[in-house]
Design a protein around this ligand. Structure first.
Ligand code: CA
Length: 328
C-alpha cells in the first residue's frame, strides 16, 4: 500500500525481475490525487447600514468546479467574486459551497445590516402653507428625519419653533422617521418662519398668515327697492375702499396696521369685490360708482372685519341706472 500525500497525476510503473531477465510496464496517469476542496472567502465589510453593498472574494483552494453563494437573505450567486446588496436589516449568514473532484466544502460568515444609521437630514413641510390670521387656524407640520442612506430614523426628538403664531414644542419621530407638530396662526398678518431642529440639523419652511376676507356685491337696482331681484345684474368697476377705524383688541396686530390705512379694490364683471388681507378691526367701507350710475342707498358703511373666511357681513350697494334724457 502506498499513500499519495501530494495532489497530482502519477505514473505507476511495475517492474518484474526473474531468472531470465526483467521487464517493466508503466501506466501514465494511473493514479490521480486530487486536492481536497477548502471553501474560504473574505468580505469587503461584515456590518453596516442598509442598503449595504458587500463584495465577496473567493479564497477557496482545492479541486473545485462549482461555487455557490447563498447570501442568507433569499438571494444567491454562482459568480467567483460576487457583489451583493443587502436591502433588508438583519444578521445574515453568507454561505459559500465549493465542490468538485476535491469534494465539497462549506464556509459561512455573518453580515450584520442595521435598519438605519445616525440622522443626517431633516426636512420640514407645512400643510396648508397659508392660514387665516385669526389666531385659531392651524397647519400640520411634518418633519422627516433620515440617515445618510435615506433610511427613516425613529425615536428622534425634533424641536419646533416659529417666528409668528403658536407651535407645538417637540415631537419624537415614529417608525417612518416622521415627527408632527401643529402651528396655530397669530392674529397678525405676516409670514411665519417655522423651524424643525434635531441637534445640529435643521430645516425651515414658511407659512403665511393672511388677513381676513371681506366681500360684497354691487348691482343694478332696477326697481329701486333696495333688494337684489332676479334680472338685476352686477356692476363692474365699482371702487370699494376700506379705511381702518380701529384695530381689534390684539396687541400682536398693533405693529401691522395703522388707523387710517386704506385698502382698495374694484368689483369684477359680476359686481363682486373682495378684500383678502385685512387685519381684524372696524372699518369704513366706501363704494364709488362709475359714471352713469347713481346710488339708491348710502355709499358709506361702518363694518367690522372679524375672524374666519367671509366672516365679514356682505354689503351690497344698491344703485339705479342713470337714464339719459329722452329727446322729444
Ligand atoms: Ca331691486
Amino acid at each position: 500500500m502506498h499513500i499519495f500525500t501530494t495532489s497530482g497525476s502519477y505514473t505507476v510503473t511495475l517492474q518484474v525481475n526473474g531468472d531470465n531477465g526483467s521487464d517493466r510496464y508503466s501506466l501514465p496517469g494511473a493514479v490521480r490525487v486530487y486536492q481536497a476542496a477548502h471553501a474560504d472567502f473574505v468580505a469587503s465589510s461584515t456590518s453596516g447600514i442598509r442598503p449595504l453593498s458587500v463584495t465577496f472574494q473567493d479564497r477557496s483552494t482545492g479541486d473545485i468546479s462549482i461555487r455557490t453563494w447563498d447570501f442568507g437573505d433569499g438571494d444567491a450567486s454562482s459568480l467567483l467574486n460576487p457583489t451583493h446588496i443587502f436591502d433588508k436589516a438583519g444578521v445574515f449568514t453568507v454561505t459559500l459551497t465549493a465542490s468538485g473532484l476535491g469534494g465539497t466544502s462549506i464556509r459561512t460568515s455573518l453580515v450584520a445590516v442595521a435598519p438605519f444609521g445616525p440622522p443626517t437630514t431633516v426636512t420640514l413641510t407645512a400643510a396648508p402653507t397659508s392660514l387665516l390670521a385669526d389666531g385659531a387656524s392651524t397647519a400640520a407640520l411634518t418633519a422627516v428625519v433620515k440617515d445618510a442612506n435615506g433610511n427613516p430614523v425613529p425615536n428622534q426628538t425634533v424641536t419646533f419653533a416659529t417666528t409668528l403664531g403658536a407651535i407645538t414644542n417637540a415631537a419624537v419621530t415614529n417608525a417612518d422617521g416622521v415627527a408632527t407638530a401643529t402651528l396655530t396662526s397669530a392674529q397678525q398678518v405676516g409670514v411665519a418662519q417655522v423651524t424643525a431642529s434635531l441637534g445640529a440639523l435643521s430645516a425651515s419652511t414658511e407659512v403665511t398668515f393672511a388677513g381676513s376676507v371681506f366681500a360684497g356685491v354691487v348691482f343694478v337696482d332696477r326697481n329701486q327697492n333696495g333688494v337684489r331681484d332676479a334680472g338685476e345684474p352686477g356692476i363692474p368697476n365699482v371702487t370699494a375702499e376700506m379705511t381702518l377705524v380701529s384695530l381689534a383688541a390684539s396687541s400682536e396686530q398693533a405693529a401691522t396696521a395703522a388707523v387710517g390705512a386704506t385698502w382698495r379694490t374694484v368689483s369684477d364683471a359680476e359686481g363682486k369685490y373682495r378684500f383678502t388681507e385685512l387685519p381684524l378691526g372696524d372699518y369704513t367701507l366706501t363704494l364709488c360708482f362709475p359714471r352713469g350710475y347713481a346710488a339708491t342707498t348710502p355709499t358709506a358703511y361702518t363694518v367690522t372685519v372679524g375672524t374666519g373666511q367671509n366672516a365679514a357681513p356682505e354689503v351690497g350697494a344698491l344703485v339705479k341706472v342713470y337714464l339719459p334724457a329722452v329727446r322729444r
